[in-house]
Design a protein around this ligand. Sequence first.
Ligand SMILES: [Zn+2]
Ligand SMILES: [Zn+2]
Length: 271
Amino acid sequence: MSLTNEINVCLDCSTSLLRDWKGWPLRDPAPMIRFSDSKTCKVCGGNNLLSPKHFRWKNFHSEFSTGLPDYFTIESNIMVSSQPAWGKPYRHVKKCAHCKKYSFLSSHFKEVSRTSCGCERFRPNPKKDVLELAFLETVYESKIDDSKIQISLDEVCEPLNEYLTQHRFETFAFLTAFNPHSTQTTNEENRTDQGKLLKILRSIDCKIFEGEGKALSGEWPPEPSFLVLGISFNLASALGREFRQTAIVFGHKDGEADLIWTRPPVSSERA
Ligand SMILES: [Zn+2]
Ligand SMILES: [Zn+2]
């Protein structure tokens, strides 16, 4: 596994922040704990690090409480227990390229909130944040030489990476013309636009496989898409804009699949 910018949490630097947090998911923001983009913590030099995806909100009931929890706590699934978990305080952590601080999305069922460094790209935007969670909870599926591959955001898809290496492609994009502005559109319009997109893709020097974006919740119908190898970042983003897509998935060989916003969300988008 060759994650290019995997982010971890330093448990030694974060224990007291995590221990002291009490509150309600999304109402009381999760603390800005010590994230690190290397295998060692740059502050304490320790290597007691854990992936943010292991942290959960847990409800806390005092001894005789049977109704609502007294409050929630944040724990990692290696610290505890088989209690039910309620959403993820550190669902999606990113380091800001501009200020080098961290920003993260917290999720609680389908709701999200963002704790941000304050820079433009990460400024909280409820509509965009909900959409981002929907994109994160989608698998981008395709078939290469009869074997199914599944791309998830922020992960390296090894079978895809092998294919890119073997066939000397540097980039990949996952593109669709379906459902402009992340709004469900008639099948007819979708098919027409998808035909136009395919025609453009066939006119450039790239390799095309059919694919499908599948929401893990199953609440959004699978979106027919194309996995396109060897397409430039600029062209892939331009096609995203041209076909009024809110975002596209793009990545480089040896790198993670990234969500690239191509236009700001508008009011009627999926939420
Ligand atoms: Zn540390
Ligand atoms: Zn920033």
